[in-house]
Design a protein around this ligand. Structure first.
Ligand code: SF4
Length: 402
């Protein structure tokens, strides 16, 4: 936020400085001539002569005085002179005032313009480079103090590129085979883990494979199936209501538009973007609890409202990156950058992170904090993508098996 502000100020100050300097130069050039012409109009000839003698520009003043004297002799000329004088006076005053006012700001503008320079003297966190073996000695900016908008965009995109290398197999961690299953699973994932949802939905979709089936279901039977996910009564109400809406309003199909999705019972923007991004291939940012925590740690934004976070982070990346970016950030939050004890000492993006040191920095201790495939443990999906299995990932066990 500050970076944007600073950047904006810098441009204004920079432009203002140029304008000020230009105005000052113009006024300086016009000032003496204007003053010479304006002064005689207020003073008597005698006073004028005295004042003019005291100045270094005697010749010019005498000429002006002579012109005035001549003007008095001719009524026509006098009238012309009177008309000309008022016109010149305001101009002279205006120019003088402008030059006087702007002379000072020109200096302060220059000072302000130079002020951001120290921001570039970014120092990579010594702790990060020193204690993370995986991280090469990158002298990368890792602090956002006074970070320009351009630097922030570069740092954010670099973090995403690094995460793409760390999690090349990142994917939505809910099992689904079609948009209907994804939207139901996403609604069920509130207040519980994707693992628990994945362990629950096989029985649900085996009994109610289509929206028409779930729309006509006996709520008590659905509640029994959904019990392991917690809040099962409210979730039963949501998925049955959601299914009815799909049947009645969308012909039993999940709509592929945000404005339609958010009208469905239990579906907010987060759920809608998960569905759009992963079932329809339409870019979307998923601002879940991990996403919120990490982007604030990385100083990508200071916003706390999910919609504002979505807008702020979305502006740092091309739209085509949004869905994968969401996966990368959420995966990192689940495996390494935990809420309570981030594993900073085992974090591959430590040199880019302003929050390095918020968690465990000892590499050996940090390693023990890793989760899922990074720790050789099963993942959350019972049916993960092949790329995940190829990278050594393991499927999650079914409900009750572990
Ligand atoms: S684990 Fe530590 S170093 Fe890595 S992103 Fe999180 S806070 Fe930053």
């Amino acid at each position: 936020m500050s970076a944007e502000r600073d950047s904006a100020v810098g441009e204004q100050v920079s432009d203002g400085g140029r304008k000020t300097a230009k105005a000052a130069r113009t006024a300086a050039a016009a000032g003496p001539a204007s003053a010479k012409k304006a002064a005689p109009a207020r003073k008597t000839p005698a006073k004028k002569a005295t004042a003019e003698k005291a100045t270094a520009e005697k010749a010019a003043e005498k000429k002006a005085t002579a012109e005035k004297a001549t003007a008095k002799k001719s009524a026509g000329k006098k009238a012309a002179a009177d008309k000309a004088a008022p016109a010149r006076k305001p101009a002279a005053k205006k120019a003088s005032a402008r030059s006087a006012k702007k002379a000072a700001p020109a200096k302060s503008s220059a000072a302000l313009k130079k002020a951001p320079a120290p921001r570039k003297q970014v120092v990579a966190p010594k702790k990060a480079t020193a204690s993370v073996p995986a991280a090469p000695a990158k002298t990368v900016a890792a602090h956002p103090q006074g970070e320009s908008r351009t630097a922030l965009v570069r740092r954010a995109r670099r973090i995403n590129r690094e995460l793409a290398e760390v999690y090349p197999y990142a994917h939505p961690e809910l099992d689904f085979e079609n948009p209907f299953q994804l939207v139901v699973a996403t609604v069920l994932s509130a207040q519980t883990t994707d693992l628990r949802v994945n362990q629950t939905t096989p029985a649900l979709f085996a009994k109610y494979p289509a929206p028409e089936d779930l729309a006509a279901a006996d709520p008590e039977e659905v509640e029994e199936i959904l019990r392991p996910t917690g809040f099962f009564r409210a979730k039963t109400k949501s998925v049955i209501g959601l299914s009815k809406a799909l049947v009645e309003q969308f012909g039993g199909e999940v709509p592929g538009r945000l404005e339609d999705l958010v009208k469905l019972p239990g579906v907010g923007r987060k759920t809608a973007f998960v569905v759009l991004g992963n079932a329809f291939g339409r870019p979307g940012i998923t601002v879940d609890t991990h996403f919120q925590r990490l982007v604030r740690r990385w100083k990508w934004t200071d916003e706390t409202d999910p919609d504002k976070i979505e807008a702020a982070v979305g502006a740092l990346f091309p739209k085509s990156d949004w869905t994968d970016l969401s996966h990368h950030v959420i995966w990192h939050g689940r495996r390494i950058c935990h809420a309570r004890k981030p594993a900073c000492g085992a974090c591959p993006i430590a040199p880019l992170c302003p929050a390095y040191g918020e968690g465990e920095t000892d590499p050996e201790k940090a390693k023990k904090l890793l989760k899922y495939e990074k720790a050789g443990q099963p993942g959350q999906r019972l049916k993960p993508p092949q790329a995940y299995l190829d990278a050594g990932g393991r499927p999650a066990p079914p409900l009750g098996a572990g």
